[in-house]
Design a protein. Structure first.
Length: 247
């Protein structure tokens, strides 16, 4: 009887071990700058739910709980090349979902503009082993019937808002001026300041705002935004260009 039970027991132990250590075939190591932010934290949760390994980056990692499986948090600064190089080396993808103004609110001082340049420098340093980057951009850098949102809704020079929205524009142009960097700038079509559900259903586009049947910007919930970010990481369709999403 004991001899018959032993192989079954071994199979059971082996199965339990396999379940406990299961990782999907497509699992990637994803670095998320802005893991503590509104969008970044949802991107972290979406990636973890799909079995990816996530390294979150924060200026104050000691404040971030790390109890989730496959999640770790490190100290880092998206404006510092040495810091970024040490964190992103060996990763498959980097998400830049950050926000920050400079002392004069100049667009070129905004964290998005600076971080894009830092990533480009890091990518050049890492060469063929560099990860791809998906950088969260601003919806006002999209066009509506050929008119740039930044021109249609002018901001006041010298304000933080002006520096941030035009900083997104500069970041996009920095990536566009490269040929070797694997980049995607991800600009939702608008209507995203809500706590809407994750539907997993959305449309994608390129440089034009996606609109609804009444011609208004087609909004998207922040959870679906996060789903779309990880969809693009898993099934790349927009490397070397800007993309948009909306319902
Ligand atoms: N919220 C939206 O619905 C929405 C829609 C479209 C686009 N976006 C764009 O998405 C990006 C993120 O937006 P959000 O609303 O999630 O921002 P948020 O909640 O204000 O989060 C900003 C993040 O930036 C990080 N950060 C600031 N300075 C940093 C530095 N020097 N190095 C590394 N990380 C730094 C912060 O992390 P620590 O404080 O932990 O360091 C924080 O997690 C922005 O560029 C925004 O324009 C947002």
């Amino acid at each position: 009887m004991k001899a018959k039970l032993l192989p079954a027991l071994l199979r059971c132990v082996a199965f339990s071990f396999a379940v406990a250590t299961f990782t999907p075939a497509h699992a990637a190591t994803i670095v998320v700058y802005g893991a503590t932010g509104k969008i970044g934290s949802l991107i972290v949760d979406e990636a973890l739910a799909r079995g990816h390994k996530v390294i979150g980056v924060s200026r104050t990692p000691e404040k971030v709980p790390t109890t989730k499986p496959n999640f770790s948090i490190v100290a880092g600064d998206a404006s510092n090349l040495d810091s970024m190089l040490s964190i992103i080396k060996g990763a498959d993808a980097v998400i830049l979902s950050v926000r920050g103004s400079g002392p004069n609110n100049f667009p070129e001082e905004s964290l998005d503009a600076v971080a894009s340049k830092v990533f480009i420098a890091a990518s050049r340093r890492l060469g063929k082993d560099a990860p791809r980057v998906l950088h969260l951009g601003g919806g006002s850098t999209l066009y509506t019937k050929g008119v740039l949102g930044l021109d249609a809704r002018p901001s006041t020079e010298g304000t933080a808002q002006h520096g941030l929205v035009w900083g997104h524009w500069l970041a996009l142009q920095n990536y566009r001026a490269t040929t070797s960097v694997k980049w995607t700038v991800f600009c939702p079509s608008g209507g995203y300041e809500n706590d809407g559900p994750r539907t997993g259903k959305y449309r994608t586009g390129w440089d034009e705002v996606l609109t609804d049947k009444d011609g208004r910007p087609a909004g998207i919930s922040q959870r679906d935004m996060a789903a779309a970010v990880i969809d693009e990481i898993e099934h790349p369709k927009s490397i070397g260009r800007r993309m948009t999403v909306g319902y």
